[in-house]
Design a protein around this ligand. Structure first.
Ligand code: ARG
Ligand code: ASP
Length: 726
């Protein structure tokens, strides 16, 4: 009986109490804070194996991929793997209706066939260093915010400059714990990164936006790239003479697989989290910002989806834009839902009540921190409407908004060139001018490759109308006066005229305009209604909204710094991790499923069986490629067969966020078992509050990657350059 009870307890432990492990830790400080616990959980390596400045270590195999994702080295010939959704822009860039790599996938069958990606880079961290004292040198408590920022910015500039003197490295310096600490990062950036392989979207994006942010998941979300270097293994612009980069370190790829309870570590670049904000921040998001932004994006998606479904070319043109709009849209919905179920605002308020009690218990504390929360309250009341206006204008101009306006704005830099020259009483530097024109023509080309005018017209009408209805009058740009006076308030008439009169919806005209741009062209630009539209919004954005929002934000930042320090004092026996700030972090946890809701337990692993269960030719997101069905029918699984199927994804308890996509997921031996790509629906609010019972990161099982490359794509030659271990 006793034995029985024990084993029941073990099962309960395994299945129900796989607690998530909150925290995104600083690699340099693992020795101090984490390694003991990691090893207790099963990790077999040392802190020095993970991060070291003296020897090659795991960190040398991790890169920032592009601007917002993570990737990792998996061969000594510069081969890297990241997510399909991280390489999506590149895959789309090389795609056309005739050569549709999004739909059909792409596999280079030799290095000569790999595709060049202008603008894509990967970034290695060489070393990091704490520089708090140097950054705060000369700062005193009695300074105003502006004085303080001035000193800090000056210090930061000089620390960065000194750190990379006479090198080709780049320096990044970031605040941690809301400015209570600062770290310097020395990076090396490689710019010749070529596309090696990508599965068809029916694998790489299987489940599409229907399954996005959801578990159980069956997405083969990976793509392969290769870093090239000059003959000395140093970074270089693309050249046909470049050779595959030889990394200091690359990951061994494990065939071992995962069991519930196994140690896992995610090593990558989480973007941003807000763990230590006051309840007012959650109120602002859940009551105002998220709902409003969800509405805007619902409308954007309605428009895009309708056109994309009707026309295959438009489907490709707007694929990446649609994914981008949809991704945050769904995350905001999940975040609101999760915070509500977690009763997050009440939880924060209860914490704040305890905190206030603690401050009151001591005169010094009370003096230092007693007013913090009250001050926050007033600030958030005022800040919220500015934040809303700022986000809304961003939705209209900068984040897949009215495209004709953003095209028009690109020519600003040519005009500025002439204005500056005139002010200096000089001629425009003709070399600079033609260089700028060349770059602008490139951008123009890219812009029109993915431009569909009817979508843009509808977007313009919808967005301008929604802005008027949702944002307080005082933030209305001047263009609404035009709409009122000239078009009797009829937004569609205004938009008709915009597209009739503007140059910027026609590629040939724009190209001619750029080529012939001269001292007189500025006048023409300023008269263009698309340019005027852009300027009218940026005027409000820059001169009213951002300025004021920044004023509030600076004050909030100042409070954040002291609230952070106060929380650390208040909970002095807790080990704190800094909010994510797109610097390299370690998250560790265990493989595990979770209770999703009453009566529903989700297991930790999905397999090919689940893909076949979802298969449905009538649902775009669930069309399984014929080749995959054939492999399934013949059970042609080769070495990747496990219990009669092939593993696809697994869930674990690592604390991750946006930016962690593409991160290596490592086992106790430091071998690659998966590629992180998402989080489970019930835990999407983890950027703001972590729920150990339900927060799960979703990883692609590396064995599925190997299976697809080998059996599906027939690109098994790539496996030969990997170190595949048991
Ligand atoms: N939700 C994941 C992350 O935030 C994956 C997004 C890509 N997939 C998609 N269907 N849009 O980025
Ligand atoms: N999918 C996210 C990314 O692209 C990861 C996450 O938010 O969990 O980084």
């Amino acid at each position: 009986m006793r034995k029985f009870l024990l084993s029941l307890a073990t099962i309960a432990l395994l299945h129900v109490h796989t607690k998530a492990d909150e925290g995104m830790w600083i690699p340099m400080l693992l020795q101090k804070y984490n390694i003991e616990q990691m090893q207790e959980m099963g990790f077999k390596l040392t802190a020095e194996d993970v991060y070291s400045v003296n020897q090659a270590c795991l960190k040398d195999a991790v890169v920032i991929f592009g601007r917002g994702c993570t990737g990792e080295l998996i061969s000594n010939k510069g081969l890297i793997v990241t997510n399909h959704h991280c390489g999506y822009g590149q895959i789309q860039y090389h795609s056309s209706v005739e050569n549709d790599y999004l739909t059909n996938g792409f596999w280079a069958m030799s290095q000569e066939e790999e595709l060049i990606n202008p603008g894509l880079s990967v970034t290695f961290l060489k070393r990091m260093e704490e520089v708090t004292d140097k950054v705060l040198d000369g700062v005193s408590e009695d300074m105003t915010i502006a004085e303080r920022n001035k000193v800090i910015n000056k210090n930061i500039a000089s620390i960065k400059k000194d750190a990379i003197k006479d090198t080709h490295y780049q320096a990044v310096l970031k605040p941690f714990f809301h400015g209570n600490q600062y770290f310097l990062f020395i990076n090396e950036v490689y710019k010749d990164v070529r596309l090696v392989g990508a599965p068809p979207s029916a694998i790489g994006k299987f489940g599409g936006d229907t399954d996005n942010w959801m578990w159980p998941r069956h997405t083969g979300d990976f793509s392969l790239f290769r870093i090239y270097a000059d003959k000395d293994n140093k970074p270089a612009e693309y050249s046909k003479d470049n050779v595959p980069y030889q990394p200091k370190q690359h990951f061994s790829v494990s065939m071992k697989g995962v069991e519930e309870g196994d140690f896992t570590m995610v090593f990558g670049y989480p973007g941003s989290t807000y763990q230590y904000v006051p309840s007012y921040h959650l109120e602002m998001l859940t009551e105002t910002i998220n709902p409003k932004l969800i509405d805007v994006r619902t409308e954007k998606l309605n428009i895009l989806n309708r056109y994309q479904e009707a026309d295959p070319q438009v489907r490709i043109q707007y694929a990446a834009k649609n994914a981008r709009i949809s991704n945050s849209w769904k995350r905001w919905i999940g975040e609101n839902r999760g915070l509500e179920i977690l009763d997050a605002i009440n939880k924060k308020q209860a914490f704040e009540a305890d905190f206030i009690k603690w401050t009151k218990a001591d005169a010094e504390r009370s003096g230092k921190y007693g007013k913090l929360l009250e001050e926050y309250k007033d600030l958030y009341v005022n800040y919220t409407e500015f934040r809303l206006a700022k986000d809304y204008i961003s939705e209209i101009l900068f984040r897949n908004g009215i495209e004709i306006a953003s095209m028009a704005s690109k020519l600003n830099e040519l005009m500025v060139l002439y204005v500056n020259a005139e002010e200096a009483g000089a001629e425009v530097d003709s070399e600079l001018l033609s260089e700028k024109k060349r770059k602008l023509l490139e951008k123009t080309d890219l812009f029109f490759k993915n431009y569909h005018k009817p979508i843009d017209r509808e977007l313009a009408i919808k967005l301008l109308t929604m802005f008027e209805d949702n944002v307080p009058n005082k933030f209305q740009p001047d263009v609404y006066n035009t709409i009122k006076n000239k078009y009797k308030g009829d937004v569609s008439k205004y938009v008709d005229n915009l597209f009739k009169k503007s140059l910027f919806d026609d590629k040939d005209i724009v190209v001619d305009f750029i080529n012939g741009f001269n001292a007189k062209s500025g006048k023409k630009l300023m008269k263009d209604p698309a340019y005027q539209l852009y300027m009218s919004f940026t005027d409000v954005y820059g001169n009213v909204v951002s300025k004021k929002a920044k004023e509030y934000l600076d004050k909030i930042d100042k409070l954040n710094k002291s609230y952070m320090a106060a929380q650390m004092e208040f909970q002095s026996d807790k080990t704190f991790y800094p909010d994510a700030n797109f610097t390299l972090r370690v998250s560790y946890g265990k493989v595990g499923g979770y209770d999703a809701r009453d009566g529903v337990y989700y297991g930790h692993q999905t397999t090919l069986e689940g893909i076949m269960e979802k298969d449905n030719p009538n649902i775009y997101d669930y069309r399984v490629p014929a080749k995959l069905k054939e492999l399934y029918k013949n059970k042609d699984y080769g070495a990747y067969e496990v219990n009669g199927s092939v593993p696809v994804c697994f869930a674990a308890t690592n604390h991750t966020t946006g930016g962690n996509s593409g991160s290596p997921v490592l086992n106790a031996d430091g071998h690659l078992i998966g590629i992180n790509f998402d989080r489970a629906w019930e835990g999407v609010m983890s950027d703001l509050m972590f729920n150990p019972d339900q927060c799960r990161n979703i990883s692609l099982d590396i064995r599925y990657v190997l299976f697809i490359v080998d059996k599906f794509a027939g690109a098994g030659y790539l496996l030969e350059e990997m170190d595949i271990v048991e």
